[in-house]
Design a protein around this ligand. Structure first.
Ligand code: ADP
Ligand code: MG
Length: 249
């Protein structure tokens, strides 16, 4: 069974179709890249999955159950985690402390401040610090981390809540080449245990992911395939890669 399935999803903003009969399936454990020019509907597509925007038409199924009409909070609890473009970490706390808060999940602030972690939770924090390569920065203020390190910390905080599906919106915008490469490695590593859907503009990054690519255009799936396949698809070249191809020497 598909972990996620969008069936004929349309979203109309005052008559303008941001999504137009969108169909998409994700298998459990899959890593999938979604690309598309500005305004293609990529963010709206994530908004529909997470319950922020309700489809005007169509349905979204997670593990075979419809998500339409469920609250964002409930959908997140079902196991769908979303990483926004700008990092949302507590700048004044250390990466370790940020992760300690994340592994406990939703609790009152009082619980968060005063209840001790179980040894399992402590192990999990340590493990996650290792996964994202922040062990040697575990105790310093998160505010002093590089932009890339903050992104990785936030990814670790999402993973701490053990979502089955991880939605990642433009994770490498503003990162150095080396950070970009490491982010790709991290997402590849997380796939398998999790299903990972990543939206990105950076073509080198997408190429390195070596994942199936879905191309969105005007709220609809234009084509799907390997990076090589979509790159050579004349429709894609026309709407998206055209300018890049022409700029190349
Ligand atoms: P992308 O993330 O691919 O750049 P978006 O999903 O943000 O695209 O937007 C798709 C289209 O829908 C754009 O033309 C955008 O202007 C429009 N749009 C997005 N959100 C709204 C909204 N709340 N109201 C009206 N139009 C919107
Ligand atoms: Mg967007």
């Amino acid at each position: 069974m598909n972990l996620l399935e969008l069936r004929g999803v349309s979203v109309s903003f005052d008559g303008f179709l941001a999504l137009n009969d969108l169909n998409l399936q994700l298998a459990p454990g899959e890593l999938r890249a979604v690309i598309g020019p500005n305004g293609a509907g990529k963010t709206t597509f994530l908004d529909v999955i997470t319950g922020k925007v309700k489809p005007t038409k169509g349905d979204v199924f997670f593990r075979g159950k419809s998500l339409v009409g469920q609250s964002e909070h409930r959908i997140s609890r079902l196991g769908i985690g979303r990483k926004f473009q700008t990092p949302r970490v507590y700048q004044n706390l250390s990466p370790r402390r940020n992760l300690e808060l994340a592994v406990r999940g939703p609790h009152s602030p009082f619980d968060l401040l005063f209840s001790p972690l179980s040894s399992e939770q402590r192990d999990r924090v340590q493990h996650l610090l290792g996964v994202v390569g922040l062990e040697s920065h575990a105790g310093q203020q998160a505010g002093g981390l590089s932009h890339g390190q903050k992104q990785w910390l936030e990814i670790a905080m999402l993973v701490a809540q053990d979502p089955e599906l991880l939605l990642v919106d433009e994770p490498v915008a503003g990162l150095t080449d080396e950070e970009t490469e490491r982010t790709g490695e991290l997402l590849r590593q997380l796939a398998g245990d999790h299903t990972v859907l990543v939206i990105e503009h950076d073509m080198d990054f997408i190429r390195d992911l070596q994942a199936p690519v879905t191309v969105l255009h005007e709220g609809h799936v234009l084509c799907e395939g390997s990076m090589e396949q979509v790159q050579n698809d004349p429709r894609v070249i026309e709407v998206y890669l055209g300018s890049e191809t022409q700029e190349a020497p």
